[in-house]
Design a protein. Structure first.
Length: 148
């Protein structure tokens, strides 16, 4: 069984739909001038972390054939993570709609459990782990002793 060919003008329909949804939401937000709430930031964080993952994969596959483009994409990958981190921080700065107690505190030492509002923390910790894995050199065992 072969995969159907997608016409070139519709090669990325889901990306186009997501972009259209974000544009629509931006227009609605401009009309109502309502401040951001935790629900908006949670959804926006989901988009940013999804873009972060997509950009990571695209940069990895582009870099071998087009190193300069791959470096630019890797920079965009890092900046998406920084944007997601800022949205995560803003999320925790806003007051909760309902008091959730100490369970709504983000604990970077472990993945949060409990209220579903903490899915933003789970995504943030997972994307932080991925960026550190990419940008931090791995320890490949003991280093040879230095000679003076």
């Amino acid at each position: 069984m072969t995969n159907p060919q997608t016409p070139a003008d519709d090669a990325h329909p889901y990306l186009r739909a997501a972009t259209a949804g974000i544009r629509h939401h931006a227009r609605q937000a401009a009309r109502t001038s309502a401040p951001a709430d935790r629900i908006h930031l949670d959804v926006l964080h989901g988009h940013l972390t999804g873009l972060h993952l997509l950009m990571d994969r695209l940069a990895d596959t582009t870099r071998p054939q087009h190193p300069a483009a791959g470096r630019h994409m890797a920079s965009a990958h890092l900046r998406l993570w920084q944007a997601a981190t800022s949205v995560h921080d803003a999320f925790h700065t806003l007051p909760a709609a309902e008091p959730t107690g100490s369970d709504s505190v983000c604990r970077p030492d472990r993945l949060p459990e409990g209220p579903s509002v903490l899915t933003i923390c789970q995504r943030q910790l997972a994307s932080g782990h991925a960026i550190r894995r990419k940008t931090t050199p791995a320890d490949h065992g003991p280093r040879p002793a230095r000679t003076a």
